[in-house]
Design a protein. Structure first.
Length: 190
């Protein structure tokens, strides 16, 4: 009886996908040969666990499903971990670059939602970010936008990481709650 329950649990775990994936772009390319044209497909996929891990991959094949499968496999191998504040937004504002593509990402208050375009939105959704404001400047190529976004996300550091690097405690780095309230009151008076 217990053995059957273990098997059922294992089967359910295997069926439940660990990662969510999002198809960002699909491109059809053709090669002209003696008998006509041969078509191929290139897929760009973003994969994430929606808890702080994300990756992207690209795959090329003669059929669309095979290209998507290859891209998904590559994305799972190239995942990065990003620290999130309260599990919903970024710790600080940052900028990412790749080639001519540049993206600016800013943390946002609760309830803002994901304000980002196209491929960047897919990255944030798969990452598990709920509140962020992002702007793409320069290249609109989805490959460059995703690479620039991941470049910026890799630069992010949490207060714990900064404290560890400086050899201090997290409490020493973060502003005290009453100090922050006093600073806000002074700026309102001025």
């Amino acid at each position: 009886m217990a053995r059957e329950d273990n098997r059922r649990d294992r089967r359910e775990r295997e069926e439940a996908p660990e990662f969510a994936d999002r198809l960002v772009a699909i491109n059809r390319v053709s090669k002209t040969v003696k008998g006509g044209k041969r078509f191929g497909f290139a897929a760009l996929v973003v994969v994430g666990d929606q808890k702080g891990r994300v990756g992207f991959g690209k795959g090329k094949a003669k059929e669309v499903p095979e290209a998507i499968r290859k891209a998904t496999e590559q994305a799972k191998r190239q995942m990065i971990r990003v620290p999130l504040r309260e599990g919903r937004t970024l710790h600080h504002d940052m900028e990412g670059r790749h080639g001519a593509g540049r993206v600016v990402m800013r943390s946002a208050p609760h309830g803002t939602g994901i304000i980002a375009g196209g491929p960047m939105r897919a990255v944030f959704e798969m990452l598990g970010v709920h509140d962020v404001v992002a702007k793409s400047i320069g290249s609109q190529n989805p490959y460059n936008m995703i690479r620039a976004t991941l470049n910026g996300l890799q630069k992010e550091s949490s207060p714990r990481m900064v404290a560890q690097r400086r050899g201090k405690k997290v409490a020493d780095i973060l502003p005290k709650r009453d100090d922050a309230a006093a600073d806000a009151a002074q700026t309102e008076e001025a």
